[in-house]
Ligand binder design. Sequence first.
Ligand code: 4AD
Ligand code: MG
Length: 431
Amino acid sequence: MVECYIEDIGQYVGQEVKLKGWVYNLRSSGKIRFIVFRDGTGTIQVVMVKSELPEEVFEQHKELTQESSIIVTGIVSEHPRQKGTYELQLTDLEIVQICEDYPITKKEHTTGFLMGHRHLWLRSSRQYKIMRIRNEILMAFRQYFYENGFILIDTPLLTGSIGETAATLFETQYFDLGKAYLAQTGQLYLEAACMAHGKVYCLGPTFRAEKSKTRRHLTEFWMLEAEVAYLEHEGNLDLQEDMVCCVVSRVLENCTDQLEELGRDLAPLRNVQKPFYRIDYNEAVEKLQAAGSNIEWGHDLGGEDETILTNMYDRPVFVSNYPREAKAFYMKRNPDDPRTVLCADLLAPEGYGEIIGGSQREDNYDYLVEEIKRNDLPLDVYGWYLDLRKYGSVPHSGFGLGIERTVGWICGLPHVRETIPFARMLYKLYP
Ligand code: 4AD
Ligand code: MG
């Protein structure tokens, strides 16, 4: 007999197969009993007919509980009216373990309770779909870079040089060599690698000791970063725009059912087409002030501001050229307005806000030294980074995209905590 997975079951109509998994749900109507059965690749309705089963097999249904692990054998049939929906007419049932008092029941639970039981919550159908979509999104990004000639460069997670800002570092003592930090970004290393390979990217966990308790912040999140030699500011935006359009369209193609089952309105996602809006920071501030925000020139946009701003647009919007004070030390000074830098944040529509932060990098040795000092960063640990401005310096640009914020936007979720298998936040270290 064939042992198979639910996702392949369509190939076995009329045949007897064995499936290994768990009870998702149970129903009974007299002489017919049902198990909604899941095996990790999908769910299927298992039908138990009293007249066709030995008494002891039929009666086993009574022992079953939600999440009991079982192995079922049966004949595959296609649903008479719903094409592509299959059922299993049970012939044999083996109980692996009866699950007692499964904590997640059909009643309403608070998100706090569910997050506390994340190790089990992952089995629920909504969380299952989100992880499947996350998987597709990550594959789509990797595919985009692979197909466009970018080389994957894995950057270190333990770093000696501060990548972004001293404000949000996780530190640890590193043998006799002093402090090491958990990487806030792989960017500095990608800058080195792009001088060797031209176009490079990395995709891995990054860490920020963020004391913020918002729906957009994690202390450990996955970032996709790219860096390209000889690429300048506008070209950097073109690259991001092309990448986001390709990824959203691939996810729409491959995950339509899952997105719809999550209740995601697909129209705004279908609208993610070139060209994205491109505005200047000054214009953003004027628009926000006119809309009642108390933002002042010189400050980064807050989450609230980004929400207001993106609700003015039906597609993603780039906000360029922020004031130097609001951004990181490595951004290139804007030749047209030295108070600002050549950077852009990409804000996702529908109130989601920043999903990408990117910039052209300062390629001038002296300016970069000035900025490292001005940001009170220790110059001595940046020797290697400064070397890149000494030995064949070229204009170069790149960006970082937050995977969880992107998954949250594409899935239409209110909070990033459901977009990552095990969220790490200010008040969350378990499970
Ligand atoms: O804007 P950020 O801080 O940029 C960088 O780290 C650059 N070094 C990237 C680069 O140019 N190579 O972070 C990039 C993105 C943000 O736009 C956001 O989507 C995400 O990372 N992000 C977070 N996501 C979840 N929780 C947090 N605490 C995040 N901080 C940033
Ligand atoms: Mg940013």
